[in-house]
Design a binder for this molecule. Structure first.
Ligand code: JF5
Length: 224
């Protein structure tokens, strides 16, 4: 699977060298392309942003720079369709279903905006281009300085679903069973008594039916 990002801060993606994702990259399971948006800026100042039409605070990212960058990427990409993910707090909330859908993609391009965001015509344009499936996504109702950290979180949740990326595929199978409503149960390990708190007795009983019922009764309690 090919995963790419367009950003003015390529250094934000260095964690992709670490842990299981880094191993999958070195093993050829994942192919990352981190591209510098500024390479597509022109003029002496290589500017990627400008003042907002209609006034207001901050700066907006220029559509011409983004258009040149995305077109250049697409012209070199072999995939028949590119999933273009635009990170924005106003996007639809990213869920496990999105991670599952995107884990089956041939090629994903994360467009990481900064400042007050990317000129709205970029989304509109690529929604009309059949080489792209456009997804405007957010991690949640909060604002980051840029899309990079949101993209990293999505990359981790997507890539761990790809065979050969996660160490123990059993935990994925168990997760998908548990994910009726996507609720996990509380977990315990040794020692059985820690700071006056005992591990629930049923978990030490060896009664697998009782354990399954206990876990299902408690699934989701972590949210209260
Ligand atoms: C961003 C304009 C992009 O803040 C976010 C974000 C929050 N949840 N998911 C993404 O993205 C950065 C900020 C402002 C465009």
């Amino acid at each position: 699977m090919k995963i790419s990002a367009l950003t003015i801060f390529p250094g934000y993606f260095s964690p992709l060298e670490l842990s299981l994702i880094g191993k999958a990259k070195r093993g050829g399971v994942l192919d990352f392309k981190i591209l510098d948006l500024r390479d597509f800026a022109s003029g002496a100042h290589k500017s990627v942003d400008d003042t907002p039409y209609g006034g207001g605070a901050g700066m907006v990212m220029r559509p011409d720079v983004w258009g040149d960058a995305i077109d250049s990427f697409a012209s070199k990409d072999d995939a028949s369709v590119i999933d273009l993910v635009i990170l924005t707090p106003s996007g639809r909330r990213f869920t496990q279903r999105d991670a599952e859908m995107l884990s089956k993609s041939e090629s994903i391009l994360f467009a990481c905006g900064r400042y007050e965001g990317i000129d709205a015509r970029v989304q509109e344009h690529y929604r009309r281009d059949s080489r792209f499936r456009v997804h405007a996504l957010s991690l949640g109702d909060f604002v980051l300085n840029g899309g990079e950290v949101a993209a990293l979180a999505m990359i981790e949740s997507i890539t761990r679903l790809i065979p050969g990326v996660i160490g123990n595929p059993d935990s994925l199978v168990e997760e998908s069973h548990v994910s009726e409503g996507f609720l996990e149960y509380p977990v315990y390990t040794k020692p059985p008594l820690w700071r006056d708190i005992e591990v629930p007795e049923v978990l030490l009983s060896g009664n697998h039916a009782a354990i399954a019922k206990w876990r299902s009764d408690r699934a989701g309690e972590g949210r209260s």
